[in-house]
Design a protein around this ligand. Structure first.
Ligand code: MRU
Length: 368
């Protein structure tokens, strides 16, 4: 993606220093653009846990590079045990996005292929780069498939703007590039199709208001930020043509875990006949889980994210308490939208129904 004319990914290897990985510290957006260096696996783990990086795809890519950094730190005489510990440390940072464990396991399997330490480090580097490149490419392909859906609605509306509601940030900031839910939006906008995006604020961390809005603004896509509870009203009044969201883990039966509040939007979409799409690369499928509501681990984060908000005041970012001092707060990070509320899934291989048969037809290698 371009920021002020310069192309950025969300994570990359530092130019002229392969031992350093660089990320955009998303905690400072939209007010400041800060690049941070990761040198050790501990840095990568902290960046994931404290959400310097976030979003399922980018969490996976950071875990991939975290394992590469661990391979640079690992003692020669205890290499495999060190790597296994590093993998556990990374996996323990956040529970819901399955891309994290997927990337760690992919690295552990890859480095098994050689007994030679120098080769293992080389393999870890290549695997991390492959995970990142694949993530970007898959999101680009999601964009191509999703574009067809937006095109069809635009045709039906005789070229009037297609109103799309999205939740949280499933944009390029949540991946290595393009985004999942935003990839079709960018593809449509770039193809000259008129779109207008309703951006759910997404409390408590406001990824919609802070990150998705910043992305759309930079790309010149028309949008409005809305408070989290507005979507139902807009859908009732035919002001939403479709919803597209991302996902942190999708069961092979089509249940979707995504940022808290997604489920309520899906219920409203169903009640109002608005199609509800979920965009995801295959790294976000959990091929073992059948029942999302029962099985997907839901992250609970600290209550300070609910009781405080931050924003720009007199040129400085300040944090303010917005609740009565002493009132406790609960902070569930994700919810699960059962497959029956989802119109279709948009993947890198194409579009399918949210059920096991349709998903496994696209991914037959997971049938067993
Ligand atoms: O807590 P976050 O910001 O990591 O949550 C991100 C989301 O829920 C996104 O919608 C999601 O990751 C899907 S797109 C990768």
């Amino acid at each position: 993606m371009n920021i002020k004319g310069k192309h950025y990914r969300t994570i990359w290897v530092k130019k002229n220093d392969k031992r350093v990985i660089q990320i955009i510290d998303q905690r400072s957006l939209p007010h400041k653009f800060v690049v941070e260096n990761l040198k050790f696996v501990e840095d990568a783990a902290q960046a994931i846990k404290d959400m310097h990086v976030r979003g399922a795809g980018l969490i996976g890519a950071t875990a991939g590079y975290g394992m590469y950094l661990a391979s640079l730190q690992a003692p020669k005489n205890n290499f495999n045990a060190f790597m296994a510990r590093a993998g556990k440390q990374l996996k323990n940072t956040r529970p819901t996005a399955v891309n994290l464990a997927w990337a760690v396991d992919r690295q552990l399997n890859a480095i098994k292929q050689s007994k030679n330490i120098a080769d293992k480090i080389k393999i870890a580097f290549e695997t991390a780069n492959n995970i990142a490149d694949e993530d970007a490419e898959y999101c680009r392909m999601i964009g191509e498939h999703g574009l067809k859906i937006i095109k069809a609605i635009s045709r039906r509306k005789k070229g009037a703007p297609v109103n799309i509601l999205t939740h949280c940030n499933a944009g390029w900031l949540a991946f290595v590039d393009y985004g999942s839910a935003t990839a079709p939006i960018y593809a449509a906008h770039d193809a000259g199709i008129k779109v207008h995006i309703w951006v759910d604020e997404t409390r408590p961390r406001s990824q919609g208001a802070k990150l998705t809005a910043w992305e759309l603004l930079n790309h010149g896509v028309p949008h409005h930020i809305i408070a989290d509870n507005v979507g139902g009203h807009l859908m009732q009044h035919k002001m939403v043509d479709m919803c597209i969201v991302g996902t942190d883990r999708t069961t092979y039966t089509g249940d979707v875990a995504n940022k808290i509040g997604t489920y309520l939007k899906a219920l409203s979409a169903k009640a109002n006949g608005v199609p509800f799409y979920v965009a995801l690369p295959s790294s976000t499928f959990d091929w073992k889980m059948r029942d999302g509501v029962k099985e997907i681990p839901i992250e609970e984060r600290g209550s300070e994210e609910v009781v405080y908000m931050d924003g720009l005041h007199n040129g400085r970012v300040e944090k303010v308490l917005i609740t009565p001092k002493g009132s406790p707060a609960a902070n569930y990070g994700f919810d699960v939208t059962p497959a029956k509320y989802i119109t279709e899934l948009i993947t890198e291989r194409g579009i399918c129904k949210a059920n096991a048969k349709s998903i496994l037809n696209l991914y037959p290698e997971h049938k067993s």
